[in-house]
Ligand binder design. Sequence first.
Ligand code: CAA
Length: 296
Amino acid sequence: MKNISVIGAGTMGNGIAHVFAQTGFDVTLIDVQTAQLEKAIVTITKNLDRQVAKGTLTEDQKTEALSKIKTNTSISDGVAHADLVVEAATENEKLKLDIFKQMDAAAPVGCILASNTSSISITKIASVTKRPESVIGMHFMNPVPVMKLVEIINGYATSKEVNSTITELSKRLGKIPCTVNDYPGFIANRILMPMINEAIISLFEGVAGVEEIDTVMKLGMAHPMGPLQLADFIGLDVCHSILKVLHDGFGNPKYAPCPLLTNMVTAGKLGVKSGEGFYKYTPGSKELVVSEVFGK
Ligand code: CAA
């Protein structure tokens, strides 16, 4: 493993490129939008600067990591020499299937194709390729440079060899890999999303306010963020679409997204990325400025 291509230069893609480059891999970050690639490099530089300021990275290591990242706007060019491609595009099934077809056609024989999907079936993604045994889920958590977990998802056809390669690679990145099977929501979101949904239902039913719900879970359960703040951080649209995958996949009404969540997504209140969700955010700041309980 030497050359890693990362598809999608959003929050997850830039975090994934950051950790691979910092570990010494040659990284090609691919996105159709040049502006998104430029923004990703700015974000990676800022996050490496944090590590330098903390003393966990030297200025030379930062420069070295940045020199390892190249950008490309074409999937076929960008994956042509890859040993591993990690797809971290928008969480949209049709888009991901299309990207995997392109990756499969252009990546060298032997290249492993991984997806950072939070809930789309790896078996389904693998089925559009001619190498389903080399397709695997590599689910990083946000913020990628900080969070230790990589949830590794074995699709129906993923080979043992590919799983061990990705397990060892995750360890090299300083992460703790954990392998799970390919069922809706895998493990992370099968457990996290019902908790977030239940917090939203509690708010919807007027059991408690936003700050009370978050405080109970932060101080009572030692969670770094309360579930409503975490939902804002993940993106309410992302939470909504994962709940729909769980609901459709299991056919169990317990996974139905709370109507308040559906309303907020429809209204464009998506959390931190839109400036407002369960809290309002000042642009460029993660500080909580105003808390507002929708519908009260
Ligand atoms: N890059 C590098 N370092 C970063 C960073 C980034 N993007 N973001 C934060 N950090 C570092 C900070 O520099 C700081 O470092 P030290 O501890 O060494 O001082 C540390 O992380 C903590 O950051 P802050 O002090 O700025 O803020 P905080 O203490 O409030 O922590 C947080 C922020 C790490 C995000 C913390 O609130 C947290 O862990 N929240 C929960 C995150 C979580 O649950 N993520 C999973 C979401 S689910 C998901 O991603 C998958 C899915 O499928 C939906």
